[in-house]
Design a binder for this molecule. Structure first.
Ligand SMILES: Cc1cc2nc3c(=O)[nH]c(=O)nc-3n(C[C@H](O)[C@H](O)[C@H](O)COP(=O)(O)OP(=O)(O)OC[C@H]3O[C@@H](n4cnc5c(N)ncnc54)[C@H](O)[C@@H]3O)c2cc1C
Length: 714
């Protein structure tokens, strides 16, 4: 604690101690007030300004120090100065006093409380930032909440001081008026308890709830306004229409069918969407083939003189298609029809908040539904770099049709997709150059994780050009070239195909959103509220088209919220919960992550303790010849609560699950350490990381005593 804080605390403690030591409370009682009323009135008659000023200062002091007696002083004000003057005086004095108490508590405790409980207070902070004035107003009006407790608690939140002041003044006015009025009839008062009759209390509670009621009514009116100009059908063809049969759409339709809703699922292209056909599945199948080809380069690691792999790239692509074919039935029309989903092949467009037009091979069809889920996904973003239309551009969409390995592959983009594909093609034998305009790969991950991946890519033969921007493409003498710019100057690099992996843009074009006024934000993703609703409360979005995390498992997670909210709105809706979201980059080594990392902790100013366990120490990893990487766990300093984990290494994407479960269910490192892990497995790395944390927190003092105990027993 700083000297200033200690000094302020001492002054407050001294004043409060003085109050009790000199028994100042005896002068702030109803009996004393009644007995001295005449004397006080005479004094006020003789020196009105001094008495008013003195009273104001005393009132401010009592409330600022959170001392008992404010109620009696309010009665006194009524008795001495009459209703209106007293109301004015007490209203300002109590608000100023409350604000001083608020400022003092904020100065003394807010930083410490937020630093210690910041993560847990996130939701409360967000609520106060949004609705703090409403909460405070309600609390001020309902006398059941003690005045000084409100001052102190509000100080620990992000509520603005000015908001606190004026809301307090307005909110306390009704209660102040009641007490001041009672003070004007002091002679008839026998106790303070009778002042707030049940009727009066009820009225104050209603007044406190008024802003909330008003807001709810306003929301209903606004909702109605949104639909103005559209004819709501009297009956609907479906309970739910889902547009897009990728990960998000399939799960939405599945949930609807499970809860016996009538649901149509509309898909313009292939069931399974991006993940099955052009994303996760083919890329992971490619990574597996590439990892086998890689063995050719490291035979001695496993005791071989030579390992040879012979292949045609076309066969590898054929295997990828076989893998897709094996998984396809999970997402097929047959399976979903059997589940009770009406699957429609066609391109959908919204024509009203309840109606969808579908272009099918047999012409246009229209369907209405009480609710609609937009799950149309995203597609690779191809930047408009000059000359890009003259060169051979590959993206995650057309890559899977290529049957010959490009001898020289340029990969644009250093994100997860760019890294996974650059490494795979390099391992299969392409000469890969990866260009990333940022200073390093994997910008969302910690520097050490990104460095491990960069090192591995270089070892696999990828020429990494970070800090390089592709500014132009050209074709000279039949040779395709990219022109890059960096701090070191300009370069021209020849290539046979360029694989563009610089981000993804949501599929919202042609959906009729503009006509309905449904807005989009970053990269075309839908503007949605916390319940995944568009401006029309019956139209929802989920998956890549919703963002912000573009992963299959997040699409499925969001789909639950979108479908349940869509089907049960009016009864119960849920805010999408993004607290524990894991993801992985499937390079070798893999990078898996859940929760906070060091980079984010720094950006957000969150104090963390970092525990690290090196996988080069792990028996199983050594035996397998893949002993690279680490487990890094972030906890609040000195506390057994997991804030985030990054794992780099083979199977990191599987290993992280133990930490995901721990975070989801509030389990700490002691619990992981106390769990039996099979020997020898990679999963032991999780336990050893917990062990590192435990070692750093061993009870040194206690152990010294235990040592003495053992010495004595020898
Ligand atoms: C190369 C690559 C690798 C990836 N690897 C992983 C990974 O390992 N793990 C992971 O979690 N994620 C991965 N992803 C991301 C993952 O594929 C997506 O997050 C996921 O597919 C999103 O699902 P979705 O349902 O939102 O969208 P999509 O799967 O894109 O589905 C949307 C569907 O909507 C259809 N559609 C669009 N407009 C209309 C319309 N108007 N009418 C009817 N239908 C329409 C589309 O045809 C499409 O089938 C990867 C992506 C790529 C590109």
């Amino acid at each position: 604690m700083s000297i200033k804080k200690v000094a302020l605390l001492l002054v407050i403690v001294a004043l409060v101690a003085g109050y009790f030591f000199f028994d100042v409370g005896q002068y702030l009682s109803l009996d004393y007030l009644k007995a001295q009323r005449g004397a006080f009135q005479a004094l006020a008659g003789e020196h009105p300004v001094a008495v008013l000023g003195g009273f104001f200062a005393l009132y401010v002091l009592v409330t600022a120090l959170s001392l008992p007696g404010a109620a009696i002083m309010t009665l006194a004000a009524g008795a001495l100065f009459g209703f209106w003057v007293a109301l004015l005086l007490v209203s300002f004095a109590s608000s100023v006093g409350a604000t001083l108490a608020f400022l003092a508590a904020r100065f003394l405790f807010k930083d410490a409380v937020q630093a210690r409980f910041g993560e847990r207070l996130k939701k409360i902070n967000a609520g106060v930032e949004k609705d703090g004035a409403f909460y405070l107003f309600t609390l001020r009006l309902i006398p059941a909440f003690p005045f000084f407790v409100i001052n102190l608690v509000m100080a620990l939140t992000p509520l603005k001081t000015w908001t606190f002041y004026w809301v307090s003044q307005v909110g306390m006015l009704a209660g102040t008026a009641v007490y001041v009025n009672a003070g004007t009839q002091l002679g008839e008062l026998s106790s303070l308890s009778g002042l707030l009759s049940p009727g009066l209390l009820g009225a104050l509670v209603l007044l406190g709830l008024f802003p909330w009621l008003a807001r709810a009514v306003l929301a209903v009116v606004r909702r109605r306004q949104v639909y103005r100009g559209y004819d709501k059908p009297k009956h609907f063809d479906r309970n739910l229409i889902v547009i897009g049969a990728g990960s998000a759409g399939l799960v939405s339709a599945y949930i609807a069918a499970t809860v016996k809703a009538k649901v149509s699922l509309i898909e313009a292209e292939k069931m399974g969407g991006d993940c099955l056909n052009t994303g996760c599945v083919p890329s992971k199948a490619l990574i597996k083939s590439a990892s086998l080809a890689h063995l050719e380069r490291v035979p001695e690691r496993y005791g071989f003189k030579r390992i040879t792999t012979e292949f045609d790239f076309a066969d590898i692509q054929a295997r990828i298609q076989r893998v897709i074919g094996r998984i396809e039935p999970h997402d097929s029309v047959e399976r979903y029809q059997a589940l009770g989903v009406d699957c429609i092949q066609g391109r959908a467009r919204l024509v009203s908040p309840w109606e969808v037009a579908i272009e099918t091979v047999d012409g246009e069809r229209r369907l209405s539904a009480r609710a609609i889920v937009i799950a149309t996904g995203a597609r690779p973003l191809v930047p408009s770099i000059p000359g890009i239309d003259q060169v051979r551009v590959l993206t995650s969409e057309n890559l899977w049709r290529v049957t010959e390995l490009p001898p020289r592959l340029l990969v644009l983009g250093g994100g997860p997709i760019g890294c996974e594909l650059a490494q795979s093609f390099a391992r299969l034998g392409s000469r890969v150059t990866q260009v990333e305009q940022g200073p390093r790969l994997l910008p969302r991950e910690d520097d050490d994780a990104a460095r491990a991946v960069a090192e591995a890519l270089r070892e696999d033969g990828v020429e990494l050009l970070t800090g390089h921007k592709a500014i132009r493409f050209s074709v000279e003498d039949g040779e395709q070239r990219v022109h890059t710019e960096s701090e070191q100057g300009q370069r021209r690099l020849p290539f046979d195909a360029v694989l563009v992996a610089v981000g993804r843009r949501a599929n919202t074009a042609g959906l009729g959103l503009e006509d309905l006024g449904i807005t989009t934000g970053d990269n075309g993703t839908l503007d949605l509220d916390e319940r995944l609703r568009t401006r029309f409360p019956n139209i929802y979005g989920c998956g890549d088209v919703a963002g912000p995390y573009q992963f299959t498992h997040v699409a499925a997670h969001q789909a639950w919220y979108a479908a349940v909210n869509a089907l049960f709105s009016g009864l119960k809706t849920f805010k999408a919960d993004y607290r524990v979201i894991p993801w992985a980059t499937f390079t070798a080594p893999e990078v898996a992550r859940v929760g906070l990392n060091e980079q984010e902790a720094r950006e957000k100013g969150i104090a963390v303790e970092v525990t690290r366990y090196g996988i080069d120490d792990l028996d199983r990893a050594i035996a397998d010849g893949s002993d690279r990487g680490f487990v890094k766990v972030l906890t609040p300093p000195g506390k057994d609560r997991i804030l985030g984990v990054t794992i780099v290494g083979e199977a990191a994407s599987d290993l992280i699950s133990e930490y995901v479960l721990a975070m989801k269910h509030g389990l700490g490192l002691n619990k992981i350490l106390g769990t039996i892990h099979i020997y020898p497995t990679r999963a032991e790395a999780n336990k050893f990381a917990a062990g590192e944390w435990k070692k750093a927190h061993k009870p040194e003092k206690l152990l010294r005593w235990v040592q003495r105990f053992h010495t004595a027993r020898r």
